[in-house]
Design a binder for this molecule. Structure first.
Ligand code: ZN
Length: 386
C-alpha cells in the first residue's frame, strides 16, 4: 500500500470540530487538511470517509498490558492484552504499568510487550516501578531508567492510601517524585509519577503536602483512579484547580452501575461544569484486576479491566449532552499534554496519523501512524489478533 493516503469527506474532530474535510496522510504523519483536495502523485490510496467522523486515536495512560492482578492467589492472574483489543476500541497510544504484583510480573516483560505492540503499529510507553516502595527498576535507579531506557517516561503505579500499598511515608514518596523530576528533565520526558490512589482516608493528602512543602511543581504528580468515589474526586478537583492533572478510571462496558454510584462519567461532567475539563484525563486500567474485598479486607472476586473503558466512557459522557470536541480532550490532547507526547492527541498537520474513523459513533476504521490497523470493521493484520 502506498505511503500517501487521502481520507475524503470526513467530519473531523481534531478534537476541536473542523467540519467536513479531506485529510492527507504522508507516511506516518498528517500532511494536510483541507476541502476537496486534488492530489497529483502517481500513487495515492483514497479512502471514502463520507458519513463518518474522524477523531484522534485515543491515548490510554494506564494499562496493565502484561496482565495484572493476583489478589486472590495465582489463579486470579489476569491475561495479557490482545493488541487487536486496543485497536478495536480506538486506542492507538498506551502506557503500560505493573501493579500489585511486582514479584512475578516484571519490567523486562513489560518492555518486551511494549516493543511487540509497537511493531503492530500502536505507540507504547511504560512506567518503571510497581505498587511498592522502593520501586522495582531496570537499572537500580529511577533516574537511570528514565534517562537510559527510551520507553520509560515515568514511574508508576505507586500505591498510596490503599490496603495493598507498602504504606509509604511522605519522605519515601518525595524521593521518588524528585528522582522522576530530575530524570525526566535530563531525558526530556514528562517524568510523572502515576499514583494508584486507593479508597483510604488520606486520599491524595501526600500530593497536597508535596506541593505545600517543596518546590516540586504539580506536573510530576499524576494520580489515577480519582473517580473511585465522590469525596476523592472532589479533592482531585481542588488539585486540578491548583494546576494539577488528575486521571479518572473509565467505566467498564460490562459494569453494572447503581444510580448512586459515582463514575468517571459524572467526573467528566462535573469537571466540565467547573471549567476544569482541561485538567482531567481518563484511562482504562485495562487488563488490570478489578478485585472486590469485603469489609474485613477479604478477597471476594474479581473482574478484568478492558481498554474499551475509555471509548465507552467518552461516548456515555457525550450522551449526557457535552459536545464530543470537549469530551474527547480527556483521552487525547489532555493526556498528550500531561505525558508530554509530542505529535500525539490531535488531528492536525504535522501530528502522527493516529486516526479513528467512526460510523454512528462506533469504531469502524483505525489508522496507527499512517497504517490501516483496522479497515471497515476488520483488523488488517491478523498477526496482531492474539
Ligand atoms: Zn491501580
Amino acid at each position: 500500500m502506498g505511503l500517501i493516503k487521502l481520507i475524503r469527506n470526513v467530519e473531523v474532530y481534531g478534537p476541536k470540530y473542523l467540519g467536513k474535510k479531506d485529510v492527507l496522510i504522508v507516511g506516518e504523519k498528517i500532511g494536510f487538511i483541507d476541502e476537496h483536495m486534488q492530489v497529483q502523485v502517481p500513487e495515492v490510496e483514497v479512502y471514502d470517509g463520507d458519513g463518518m467522523v474522524a477523531i484522534p486515536g485515543l491515548i490510554d495512560s494506564h494499562v496493565h498490558f502484561t496482565g495484572g492482578g493476583g489478589e486472590g492467589g495465582f489463579s486470579t492472574r489476569t491475561p495479557e492484552l490482545k493488541i487487536s483489543d486496543c485497536i478495536k476500541n480506538g486506542v492507538t497510544t498506551l502506557v503500560g504499568c505493573l501493579g500489585t504484583d511486582g514479584v512475578t510480573r516484571g519490567l523486562e516483560n513489560l518492555y518486551a510487550k511494549s516493543k511487540a505492540m509497537e511493531q503492530a503499529g500502536v505507540t507504547t510507553y511504560i512506567y518503571t516501578g510497581s505498587y511498592r516502595v522502593p520501586p522495582v527498576t531496570f537499572t537500580g535507579s529511577i533516574q537511570r531508567d528514565l534517562v537510559l531506557i527510551d520507553k520509560v517516561i515515568g514511574v508508576g503505579e505507586i500505591a498510596i492510601s490503599d490496603h495493598r500499598s507498602s504504606q509509604p511515608t511522605l519522605e519515601e514518596i518525595l524521593r521518588i517524585v524528585a528522582d522522576a523530576r530530575v530524570g525526566g528533565m535530563i531525558a526530556g520526558k514528562c517524568g510523572v509519577v502515576n499514583f494508584h490512589v486507593g479508597g483510604g482516608r488520606n486520599g491524595i493528602g501526600y500530593l497536597f503536602d508535596i506541593i505545600r512543602e517543596t518546590e516540586i511543581p504539580h506536573q510530576h504528580l499524576y494520580p489515577t483512579h480519582m473517580s473511585r468515589n465522590k469525596t476523592l474526586f472532589e479533592s482531585g478537583l481542588h488539585f486540578a484547580q491548583e494546576g494539577g492533572f488528575i486521571d479518572l478510571t473509565g467505566v467498564q462496558p460490562d459494569e453494572e452501575l447503581k444510580k448512586e454510584d459515582f463514575t468517571a462519567i459524572d467526573g467528566i461532567v462535573e469537571a466540565y461544569e467547573n471549567g476544569l475539563i482541561d485538567r482531567i484525563t481518563i484511562s482504562s486500567d485495562g487488563q488490570g484486576s478489578l478485585p472486590h474485598f469485603d469489609k474485613e479486607g477479604n478477597f471476594t472476586g474479581l473482574n478484568v479491566g478492558s481498554v474499551g473503558a475509555v471509548m465507552y466512557t467518552l461516548m456515555k459522557t457525550v450522551e449526557r449532552g457535552i459536545s464530543p470536541s470537549e469530551v474527547l480532550k480527556v483521552a487525547t490532547v489532555n493526556t498528550a499534554s500531561v505525558l508530554k507526547l509530542i505529535g500525539k492527541g490531535r488531528i492536525a498537520v504535522g501530528y502522527d496519523a493516529d486516526i479513528v474513523l467512526m460510523k454512528d459513533w462506533q469504531v469502524n476504521t483505525v489508522l496507527c501512524r499512517g497504517k490501516f490497523a483496522m479497515k471497515d470493521g476488520e483488523i488488517t493484520d491478523l498477526n496482531v489478533d492474539w
